[in-house]
Design a binder for this molecule. Structure first.
Ligand code: SF4
Length: 439
């Protein structure tokens, strides 16, 4: 039985209890959210780890993409990326490998990860054909579904499947309709396959076959946005909305089949359109959790796209997005390295937390109150504990030699420290509210 089927029968599973404890909610509230499809708990029946929930009213979660490419394969480096992503606070990792021994990478990720693991099965089919110098249109629907079944049986907690890339939606993304065309790898491959064969997307046509596989292992379907805008000028266009409407219909069919489902979203979106995108997704998909990539709010910041994505991610999370896929400084440029992974996770966590304050997620504002109380008390160790990234502030303030570690002020103002001055007139001693808060 899946988490969804048990929730519908009124059963609170161990996973629901774990999620409830982490989120400060009652187990019954989590069960109700899962039963209604507003919360998913991606956890393959074959994997053991501390479950996380995604959806309203839970904390906004963060995913880190790792994985090899046809140009670069280093299993040990992927292992380091996985470790760094989890240490930096990622709630999920996706193995997006497309080069080298894909099975070895996936096995390593599934065996090593202490968080949920996702993947995009069509990448393996494409990588296999590419390694044999065969064109992608030689894929058959059986190859695709057999790969999906095998990957699910290996333990993936969720899979991205671009089921909404229909012939009609693709026609709306073509020609002069878009500046950037189709930028999703999975979406572009399927569109090319459909164009060559003059056939409909097998993931759409044989959706029930997909549901049977997902239900067997309780794998959550992440309905991918293969036609997401890859340029801010393409945001919220006909192709994107047509795909979203299809995904809404498929989400309903998935729930009817007791399969957990979330919806993926853009992409590149101007700030003023982000809230409307979140509202449209929630409305069309009956409140299904929304998993967004970025969104990047400008196309003009290569090298800094972790910042561009964090700006959009914060706005999206505040508007109701539930799951942020990180973007690294290497986006649009090259395969991220280990430090890129760390920076990407931290940037996405800042965005997620900013959104959580705005959404009123339990405990989010409390953390900032504690941080500010420590700041007022000039309690630097307390501040490090509350920091989303404790490493960088410690390094910046204490310096490489630790020379400033024992000073009550910092080198910005020295003894002209405004906080210290105000503490003198504010009762004559620093506020200790942080300690009262138990930290
Ligand atoms: S010295 Fe200046 S920057 Fe540093 S804590 Fe005091 S007021 Fe803030």
């Amino acid at each position: 039985m899946t988490q969804l089927s048990m929730a519908r029968q009124g059963i609170v599973t161990d996973e629901m209890s774990v999620v409830a404890r982490k989120e400060g909610l009652s187990p019954e509230a989590v069960r109700e959210g899962v039963a209604a499809g507003r919360i998913v708990i991606p956890k393959n029946v074959k994997r053991e780890f501390s479950a996380e929930g995604i959806g309203a009213p839970l904390r906004t979660k963060v995913n880190a993409n790792i994985g090899t490419s046809p140009e670069y394969y280093d299993l040990e480096e992927e292992k380091r990326k996985l470790k760094v992503a989890i240490e930096a606070g990622a709630d999920s990792v996706m193995d997006l490998s497309t080069g080298g021994d894909l099975s070895a990478v996936r096995r390593m990720v599934l065996e090593t990860s202490t968080v949920m693991v996702g993947a995009v099965p069509i990448y393996e089919v494409a990588a296999l054909l590419n390694s044999r110098a065969r064109p992608f249109y030689e894929m058959t629907s059986d190859m695709l579904f057999e790969t999906i079944e095998r990957q699910c049986s290996e333990g993936l907690d969720y899979i991205t499947v671009h089921c909404g890339v229909t012939r009609r939606a693709v026609s709306l993304a073509g020609g002069s309709n878009r500046v950037a065309g189709i930028v999703s790898r999975g979406g572009s491959l399927l569109a090319a396959w459909m164009h060559y064969h003059r056939k409909e997307n097998p993931l759409y046509e044989q959706f029930d076959r997909l549901l049977d596989i997902a239900r067997k292992y309780d794998v959550t379907l992440s309905l991918g946005d293969g036609l997401r805008p890859g340029a801010v000028a393409d945001a919220t266009d006909g192709a994107q909305i047509e795909e979203l409407v299809v995904l809404g219909e498929l989400a309903g069919r998935a729930r009817d089949a007791d399969v957990q489902v979330m919806i993926e979203g853009p992409g590149h979106v101007p700030i003023n359109q982000i809230e409307a995108n979140v509202m449209a997704q929630k409305r069309l998909c009956a409140g299904a959790p929304f998993y967004v990539l970025g969104p990047l709010t400008t196309d003009c910041a290569p090298g800094y796209d972790h910042i561009t994505a964090a700006i959009g991610g914060a706005v999206a999370a505040a508007a109701g997005a539930d799951f942020l896929c990180y973007v690294t400084p290497s986006e649009h440029l090259c395969l991220p390295d280990v430090e890129d992974v760390r920076l990407g996770v931290i940037a996405a966590r800042i965005a997620a937390h900013s959104g959580d304050i705005a959404k009123g997620v339990a405990g989010a504002m409390d953390r900032d109150v504690k941080m500010s109380a420590f700041r007022k008390a000039l309690d630097w160790r307390g501040m490090y504990r509350m920091a989303i990234d404790p490493y960088l502030p410690r390094k910046r303030r204490d310096g490489a030699d630790g020379a400033h570690a024992e000073s009550d002020v910092c080198t910005m103002c020295g003894e002209l420290c405004a906080v210290k001055t105000h503490n003198i007139i504010d009762g004559g001693k620093p506020c200790k509210k942080g300690e009262e808060n138990g930290d």
